[in-house]
Design a protein around this ligand. Structure first.
Ligand code: IMP
Length: 199
């Protein structure tokens, strides 16, 4: 196995994600994206299934080492919900605020100690020989009782990170990118990719 010209393709169209992942992976790799991105229905029961499905779909088209990620928020009190359904928790085509409102309503009057939650990202890599590897990263916090902060996206305003005593939406992009679930998972993926290059 080798990474031809260290070229890898990211199975995403999300420009924010591409920028963030480029920063984490550094400059060893020539990172490319697809112009005509196919529709991929994320119908897996786990983050892993979805990440693998996305990476495999892009690999079939390009035959270049393909990387995809899938993330979600798991809340203890809700037995791990919204989890793999994080993006559409409040319904199809819902906005981030709708998801946050729904979550806060479900946790109304629930004590701080029972509001534990974690963000998880799973990264799937399909290498040039078709072999698949996955990595994951999680970050732990609590769901607040009201949104705070204007940065970030998704559930960031209601995800309180005790180590920094702030919600993710109160962190700068640089601060979040140092500690986030996505950063942890992609740093592990970077190690796997670097190992391939050395072979
Ligand atoms: P994706 O798989 O990365 O697109 O994430 C699915 C959904 O999880 C997003 O639509 C967000 O609602 C939520 N999510 C994932 N990562 C984050 C994050 O870093 N902050 C806040 N919400 C996130």
């Amino acid at each position: 196995m080798s990474l031809k010209n260290s070229e890898i393709i990211l199975a995403t169209q999300n420009k924010d994600k591409i920028r963030e992942i480029r920063k984490i992976l550094g400059y060893h790799f020539k990172i490319v994206t697809l112009k005509n991105f196919p529709e991929i229905i994320e119908d897996g029961k786990t983050l892993e299934e979805n990440a693998i499905k996305k990476a495999k779909t892009i690999f079939k088209i390009t035959k270049i080492t393909s990387i995809a990620d899938d993330s979600g928020l798991e809340v203890d009190f809700l037995d791990g919900k919204p989890g793999v359904y994080s993006a559409r928790f409040a319904g199809k085509n819902c906005k981030y605020e709708d998801n946050n409102k729904k979550l806060l309503k479900l946790l109304k009057d629930v004590h701080y100690k029972k509001r534990k939650a974690k963000f998880t990202t799973v990264v799937a890599i399909v290498f040039e020989d078709g072999s698949i590897k996955t990595t994951s990263g999680s970050v732990y916090g609590y769901i607040t009782t009201e949104p705070k902060g204007n940065n970030g996206f998704g559930y960031d305003p209601i995800f309180y990170y005790p180590k920094l005593k702030k919600t993710f939406a109160q962190l700068t992009t640089q601060q979040k990118n140092k500690i986030s679930h996505r950063a942890i998972a992609f740093k592990k993926a970077k190690k796997l990719l670097e190992a391939e290059i050395r072979d």
